[in-house]
Ligand binder design. Sequence first.
Ligand code: G6P
Length: 615
Amino acid sequence: MASSSLSSIYSPSSSSSFKTEVKSIHKITSSQLGLISLPGKSRFHVRAVARELSTGGNNDVVLKKKENIGLEKDPKSLWKRYVDWLYQHKELGLYLDISRVGFSDEFLEEMEPRLQKAFKDMVELEKGAIANPDEGRMVGHYWLRSPHLAPNSFLRLQIENTLESVCQFANDVVSGKIKTPSGSLFTQILSVGIGGSALGPQFVAEALAPDNPPLKIRFIDNTDPAGIDHQIAQLGPELASTLVIVISKSGGTPETRNGLLEVQKAFREAGLEFAKQGVAITQENSLLDNTARIEGWLARFPMFDWVGGRTSELSAVGLLPAALQGINIREMLTGAALMDEANRITVVRDNPAALLALCWYWATDGVGSKDMVVLPYKDSLLLFSRYLQQLVMESLGKEFDLDGNRVNQGISVYGNKGSTDQHAYIQQLREGVHNFFATFIEVLRDRPPGHDWELEPGVTCGDYLFGMLQGTRSALYANDRESITVTVQEVTPRSVGALVALYERAVGIYASLVNINAYHQPGVEAGKKAAGEVLALQKRVLAVLNEASCKEPVEPLTLDEIAERCHCEEDIEMIYKIIAHMAANDRALIAEGSCGSPRSVKVYLGECNVDELYA
Ligand SMILES: O=P(O)(O)OC[C@H]1O[C@H](O)[C@H](O)[C@@H](O)[C@@H]1O
């Protein structure tokens, strides 16, 4: 089967040596493979053939696509394609237009059984199968908006009770039943969390918070001291009326822990009692949960084992901050539940998530060969692409498939908003390297009713935005750049909930199509582990410097001497970087030389700690 599709592209004589050539390359890595060109073969062909060899022919559909390249340009046929494929969800007021993606009927036919398999996988997942085999976990974010689907009544009650307590707590804070220690209303939220414990709440705050929310929200989502100082400085005296929500599923993420420690220090310095203003959202019995319980924080809400960080927006993680900003969270849940229902339909053209996944597969050749550029034409949806970046890339960016083959899957996501980006990088999208497909997010309602006016005869400000979107879509297509358009009537809690659910499911379906586990993130651990090793090395460097700096007279050390005394000569570059970082922060003195010429550097500490020598 594999060779028949190949032979239609390559002559039989050249095909076998080409295959061998590609196969030997593929042994290096797939990502390197994408960068290598073979004489007379495009990069796509190299990748596709290699993929076919490594997937036993599963990529035939992709190869066939390339046989009849070229997008439909005839206006009448294009209009027919538009009408034939336009998906509409009436109740949600949501449309999906995939007419500007050039998939063929043959492709659809070949994908059908794979999509049916993906639907079955989703059914199993919703029933509570271990959908994350590596971590032995169920994946249940769909139950959050339809608790009756939870596989047992214990989980159902957990979801319902948590939702109830989130609503209750938010009402009590907003109404003033729960007050600050000084008896005033809470006016600010400081959310401390990172990754899935920040991106959803940030997206939703930007999209839906009213102009004058009952509580305004700020975020600490990094371990950047200057960033943290900035947030705290911006709060100023309002720190006294700030509700600090610390969000971490694991309860042990270093950046979040550091943010918490920094905020607690600010509270101490302001003479405030943190526990009375602190709220934790985390898994039961995590480090954060235990800290919050022992210190008697104002409230704790659970994160469930079976909800991943990047799909946690509709758990307490996203719902509590949203409710405190006056956003109707039940409407968000309704939007997501309606979208989930639509995505359970097993007729592909009636299932919006399947249509998206199908288009992603087509556009990226099922191997991530093109990037997803997300362009919402609405300022309030600015953070959607950032939110999707984690959802898509952390879910799909995997080295191995479920059978253990090295596949290096993924789809890169980026984008900010239109028409702003038109004045930044659309030039390259239209005319430059063809390595992307676009997703336009269109919002039909420009302004609340009664506020519009014509800034020139017959034309409003919103008409310009509309024109920019349509113009860009057409201009890209005219140059063979494919695009998807998702249209919503308005940015409301319901449509935002629906968008979240749409993309969550599209990612799940796509993961099934390419046979990967979308629900773990083993690659993230490598960076975390390496960061831990750097900090451990820094402690050794400090101990060595301390000993030399306690001598009389002080003994400045070269980098080689430090490395030797740390017994890690192979880490000298990292030691140099540690010294340069400490010197820039006034924690080490350079006696001779400068950081610009590492070999000349001699270092000692400004203060020696004799106690530490004997510790
Ligand atoms: O919520 P937390 O446990 O603090 O995790 C925050 C983030 O950390 C990690 O690095 C994971 O890759 C993300 O998926 C997660 O959202």
